[in-house]
Every structure is written in C-alpha cells, then in structure tokens.
Design a protein around this ligand. Structure first.
Ligand code: FPP
Ligand code: MG
Length: 308
C-alpha cells in the first residue's frame, strides 16, 4: 500500500502495442464519424462544415479509445462499439466548441487550430455544438442493442452524462468558481462532472456493447471514474507546464482566468501525486478482468504520462 505522499509508480504490461491500438481506434472512429455525419456539402453547408471542422481537427480520440478498450476487456468486438464511440466523441466535441466561446472560456486555439467560433463566427459555433449534441443521440440509434442493454439504456447513459447533473453541471460550477478560492471537495465535484462523467460513460458504453455482466459494468464504472479524475488533474498540470504549441490550445489560461485547479490549490508536486494515486485506483478497479483489460491498463498509464 502506497503512503499518502509516496505514490507507487504505475505501469502497464509492456508487451501491449498501444500505438497500434490507438491507430486502429482512430481509423474506426474517423470512418464512423464520416459515415454518420451529413456531408460537408449538405445544406446548410456552413453548419456541416463547422461541425466537421472541429470533429476532424485532430483530437486525441481518447474517449473512443476508452470505449473500444472496455469492449475488448469484456470480450467484445471493437466494431460493435463504433456508434457509441462516435456518439461520445460528438458530445465531447460539442462541449469543447461551447467551452471555447467568448461567453465561456474564450479561447482562440484548440486542437492546434483556430477555435470554431474564430472560423465560423459565434452563432454558427453555438449551432454546430447544438447539432453535434443531437447528432450523438442519432448516431447511438445505429448501435445494435444487446440482450442486457437496450437502446433505452444507451440513451439514458448518454443523456445522464451530458446533462445538468453531470457535464453541464461541471461546466456551470467551473465558471462559477472562477476568481474564487474553493475547497478541494468542490474542485473534486467540478472534475467529477465536467470531465470524469463523459470518460466514465465512454467505458461503460464500451462494456455495454460487449453485453458485459453487471459486475464488469461496476468495475468499468470504478475505472472510468478514477481515470476521468486523473485526466483532469493532468490537464490542469499540463496547462501550467506545457507550451501552447505542444497542447494545441492556449497554455497558462487557468492562471489568467483565475481558474480553480489542483496546481493552484495544492501545488504541482502534490497534484502529480494525486494523479498517480487516482491512476492506481483505476488500475485496481481492473482486477476482476484478470489481465484481459490490457488496453485499458495501457490507456490509464498513457493518460497519466501524456504531455499534451
Ligand atoms: C480536453 O480533452 C477536455 C477536457 C479536459 C474536459 C474539459 C471539460 C469541458 C471543456 C466541459 C465543457 C462542457 C460544456 C457543457 C461546455 P482532450 O484532451 O481529450 O481533448 P482532445 O479531444 O482535443 O484531444
Ligand atoms: Mg472550461
């Protein structure tokens, strides 16, 4: 057992080829999104160009990868999870487009490119985000449906994660906390909702696409929750330690905007320890898979060590 301040290093099985896995996830999700989305020439063309601009701007596709990895851990096929992986990526992209708006975090760069509203204007960026949210639910109807998980379950899962108690709650609380000193528990509340909820939803949906057992779903939920929290702590660390070029978005914005973050509340070193401890908790959640969750393990390690 690691002491509170001395987190054990985390490492995944070295034989797993994460690079090849990520490439296949990206190919599958890009192909799926291109197939499910209206063509860029489809009327109103500017709206569909705007949606596609952000969707294909070079995101890391981490939520689809988590979804596919969870499907594999439960003995399923990645292809079965494609509509669900595409749906979460649409919700994620909508949330980034809206997050970047002047009324929210007001950013000019995302994924190494000018933000959606910088290219298409604020009104069209709002509409592209709205359309991507609806698109997610339409795409999810293309899922096959499984004996334990119907379309109703899938719709509930997506709606819950995206709604006013999770993703939108987190964003509202994040904005409200700007310029204020908040307690670590409130920061945890924000991170659970604005980030962890959608990552957790991604792994749960992956499990559902493999018709996972209730015990597997519980393990995936535990894993997704902790990986999701670690993801935001790392994101906050990167904001203060990396360059804008590396991140593809404006670095150092959290300090300028007086955002509540782990580095601002507990400092960088403690933040790193927290991220490591959360990742260990995620690893521990995978125990019931008895070594069959290699991709999830490798992803958890990669997300902890990522530099962008
Ligand atoms: C970066 O993901 C995104 C986060 C760390 C989550 C931040 C949360 C929000 C912006 C919530 C916004 C919510 C609303 C309702 C507007 P990433 O590093 O995976 O990005 P990538 O896909 O570009 O790689
Ligand atoms: Mg924000």
């Amino acid at each position: 057992m690691a002491s509170r301040n001395q987190a054990k290093p985390v490492s995944a099985p070295s034989s797993f080829d994460l690079g090849a896995f990520l490439d296949s996830c990206t190919t599958l999700v890009n192909r799926g999104l291109d197939r499910f989305l209206p063509k860029a020439s489809c009327k109103p063309a500017v709206l569909h160009q705007s949606m596609r601009y952000s969707l294909f701007a070079g995101g890391k596709r981490m939520r689809p990868a988590l979804c596919f990895a969870a499907a594999q851990a439960c003995g399923g096929q990645m292809e079965e999870a494609v509509p669900l992986a595409c749906a979460v990526e649409c919700i994620h992209t909508y949330s980034l487009i809206h997050d970047d708006l002047p009324a929210m975090d007001n950013d000019d760069f995302r994924r190494g490119k000018p933000t959606n509203h910088k290219v298409f204007g604020e009104a069209m960026a709002i509409l592209a985000g709205d359309a991507l949210l609806a698109q997610a639910f339409e795409i999810a109807t293309h899922a096959r449906g499984w004996p334990r998980y119907s379309h109703k379950d899938i719709t509930y899962e997506l709606a819950k994660a995206a709604g006013s108690l999770q993703l939108v709650a987190g964003q509202a609380a994040d904005l409200e906390a700007e310029g204020k000193r908040i307690a670590p528990a409130q920061l945890r509340y924000i991170h659970e909702r604005k980030t962890s909820a959608l990552l957790c939803c991604s792994v749960r949906l992956g499990g559902m696409s493999a018709n996972c057992t209730p015990a597997q779903l519980a393990a995936l939920t535990d894993f997704g929750y902790h990986v999701g929290l670690a993801f935001q702590v790392i994101d906050d660390i990167l904001d203060v330690t990396q360059s804008s070029e590396k991140l593809g978005k404006t670095a150092g914005k959290d300090i300028t905007a007086q955002k509540a973050t782990y580095p601002s509340i507990v400092g960088l070193e403690k933040s790193r320890q927290i991220a490591q401890r959360l990742t260990q908790r995620a690893f521990a959640a995978l125990k019931p898979f008895q070594g069959k969750a290699e991709a999830l393990e490798a992803l958890a390690e990669y997300l902890l060590k990522r530099d962008r």
